[in-house]
Design a protein around this ligand. Structure first.
Ligand code: CA
Length: 522
């Protein structure tokens, strides 16, 4: 049956009241235009550092360009990463799979670039694919018609980038040097790509910024931003870690003179002056001043990100691409901005696992909408494939966000998520752990073993549990694991955790030392 006749028949059916929704699809009978995909990701951009999230910084912070995506699209409040660290998160996003499945469990793992990724599938389906900016996966990008990426972490000023066609050298070497500030440079290259892309194909551009990763080196033009402003402190900047386990007490990622300002050293030769000036202050005031120094540097990096997001959105507007382009803004994970007195990530605590997610696609997403469902970074791949009309491979472990973006969350949407941090201790002494988060609770098991994770420290840490009642205690200040009132909840969550481990095929049975711990501590 030809399409016209088909619709006519359906029209009759609809008139009889049998099929009202099918006639709707016939109204949009013009050939479907495959959407372009612009996937912007920054590195370590916490949700409270976007004004649309209305977090504790919102009285001083303005990110009008990123906010546009919230105003014109959907803001996700509960988007989480499955392993809160750079390289592993990027591998999860590309493959739509957990770390133990894609082989990048720690920062020291090398990405196997022969495996299936969403850019490869989009490329096969006729997309022109590109990645520009931060890559951080060691092996050469595959599945991209064009790439121009920073080697390793890359530099903030006058960075080198490695372009497709140049011989690929892993690690920090190679590439061509570009003059300028890295966020501007990456955006310039991205705009150049968009202007010169082939017009006979939809595009999928991964525009990945280095900022605001430490060492928080901001563009000199923003040096005076927030100069005479007192940035608000998080409520728990002076957390004393009472009623918590040993893991948070042990970690060295604490806002302090040595730890934070040593990282800040690269801002110039101001460190010695600042250190001697701050060291004369009483401890509480000292922490306060260190926090101000750190957060101002961080927010100045964000100012550049926001300006450059604006440049790209303007380009879409002026090139008549806004309507047919899905724009995503996210980060590879969250980061502590002084909450719990911390400044890095890795932990399963909220600030670390929550990542901002804003999506605009005027054809399908109601402007100004907000979603509270639990969504994961392993969902991105399937979402892009869904929009491109590409069948989703069975091996992917996420779920397309398209129905959520259309404002209709399926009744069987996930009610819990599984998290795992593998990289036992080498950075900031964070113990290996895994756990489950629901809308109401979070249960964390710090198993504290290196197992076979690359780069892990051999010495174990004491096993322990933490349970947080997120409704009563959203800032996770009170571990109720041993509270008798929560024993039924503990049991239920442990069962659910094991189900998730089974579902994602991350079983402990292959590790006898971990199983021995479980015998004793579950
Ligand atoms: Ca990161």
């Amino acid at each position: 049956m030809k399409r016209r006749e088909f619709c006519k028949t359906l029209g009759i059916a609809a008139a009889l009241g049998t099929s009202p929704f099918i006639i709707d699809s016939c109204k949009t009978s013009s050939p479907k235009k495959t959407p372009n995909i612009l996937f912007i990701m920054s590195d370590d951009h916490a949700a409270p550092a976007i004004s649309a999230y209305k977090g504790f910084l919102s009285s001083v912070l303005r990110t009008p360009n990123i906010d546009r995506l919230a105003k014109e699209g959907m803001l996700f409040k509960n988007c989480f990463v499955t392993n809160s660290i750079c390289t592993p998160s990027r591998a999860c996003i590309l493959t739509g799979k957990y770390s133990h499945k894609n082989g990048c469990r720690t920062l020291d793992d090398v990405f196997d670039n022969s495996q299936l990724t969403f850019p490869k599938l989009l490329q096969k389906a006729g997309y022109h694919t590109a990645v520009i900016g931060k890559w951080h996966l060691k092996t050469e990008p595959t599945g991209f018609d064009y790439y121009n990426v920073l080697p390793g972490q890359g530099d903030y000023f006058d960075p080198y980038l490695k372009e497709k066609g140049d011989p690929w050298q892993d690690g920090g070497e190679g590439g061509k040097q570009y003059k300028g500030y890295v966020t501007d440079v990456i955006t310039d290259i991205a705009l150049n790509y968009l202007k010169n892309r082939p017009r006979n194909k939809p595009f999928c551009l991964l525009l990945h910024h280095k900022a605001p990763h430490d060492m928080w080196e901001y563009d000199k033009k923003h040096a005076h931003l927030y100069e005479n402003v007192d940035i608000p402190e998080p409520d728990n900047l002076f957390d004393d870690y009472q009623n918590r386990g040993e893991a948070i007490k042990r970690t060295t990622q604490k806002i302090g003179l040595e730890e934070t300002l040593l990282l800040h050293e690269t801002q110039g030769n101001q460190f010695d002056d600042v250190k001697s000036q701050f060291s004369k202050l009483p401890p509480r005031e000292q922490k306060r001043q260190v926090y101000q120094t750190f957060i101002k540097a961080y927010l100045r990096c964000i100012a550049s990100i926001d300006e450059n997001v604006g440049r790209v959105l303007d380009y879409l507007d002026h090139s008549d691409l806004t309507e047919n382009t899905i724009v995503v803004y996210t980060s590879d994970q969250g980061v502590f901005l002084g909450e719990h007195g911390l400044f890095d990530k890795r932990f399963m605590y909220e600030e670390s696992i929550r990542t901002p997610l804003l999506v605009r696609y005027p054809k399908e997403i109601r402007s100004g909408s907000v979603n509270n469902d639990i969504v994961l970074n392993i969902d991105f791949a399937e979402t892009f494939l869904d929009y491109a009309g590409v069948p989703i491979p069975d091996e992917m472990q996420g779920r397309s966000l398209r129905p959520l973006l259309q404002g209709r969350t399926p009744h069987n949407w996930r009610t819990s998520m599984y998290y795992r941090y593998w990289m036992h201790r080498p950075h900031f002494d964070v113990a290996a752990h895994y756990g489950i988060r629901t809308q109401h609770y979070k249960l964390i098991f710090y198993y504290g073993l290196p197992l076979d994770a690359t780069g892990a420290v051999p010495e174990p840490t004491p096993p322990e549990w933490e349970l947080f009642d997120l409704e009563k205690d959203p800032h996770e200040m009170n571990n109720v694991y041993n509270d008798p009132a929560y024993q039924d909840i503990v049991k239920q969550l442990k069962n659910e955790l094991l189900k998730l481990k089974e579902k994602y095929d991350d079983k402990d049975e292959k590790y006898p030392d971990l199983m021995a711990l479980r015998q004793k501590y579950w």
